[in-house]
Design a protein around this ligand. Sequence first.
Ligand code: S3P
Length: 194
Amino acid sequence: MDEEPSTNITPLRNIVLIGFMGCGKSTIGRELNKNLGYQLIDSDHAIEEQTGKKIPEIFAENGEDTFRALETKLLKDMIKQQTNHHILSTGGGIVCREENRALLHQLGFVVWLSCTPEDIYERTSRNSNRPLLQCDDPMMAINNLLNERTPFYEEAAHLKISTSGLDLNEISCGILESARYHFGSMPEPTDPPS
Ligand code: S3P
């Protein structure tokens, strides 16, 4: 009998948050960290730490492609290190690369947090740390990027939750309930909560 080819894919049991800028990934990541005890990794923060540069600096000095390559490297490193029982909050554009969408799946249960363009505008207009929205018409940029990315979020996600009009606790409970169902159980964290 032929042996199964080795695919080197180990299903990991992380909770991965994807979604557009301003849809609440960081806030919900912190809430899940509090409720579940899994350590939180924020991909933007991790890249800033690794490069010693802020995201707008990376975009301005090295370009968006370099930033996207850093995102891919981060996902690959997490898989290589078999990072498990963590919450990963990702940058809004991480789904744009096909390769990343497959890597996100390998990392665990992928939750797409969505909200209305109006909520995104309202939440992102408070600061200037998102290079893709620093333009004359941020609302148009939001709508264009949303149109472009929605099929990618759909493809990458196991679960979609709208964060418009729901409170933090409802969202967190919904994610945990679905993650338990997806994994069959929810193992204890291996590290103490950060
Ligand atoms: C980006 C989203 C940002 C950050 C970078 C690019 C995007 O993260 O990764 O500014 O392309 O949507 P947040 O979604 O956490 O704002």
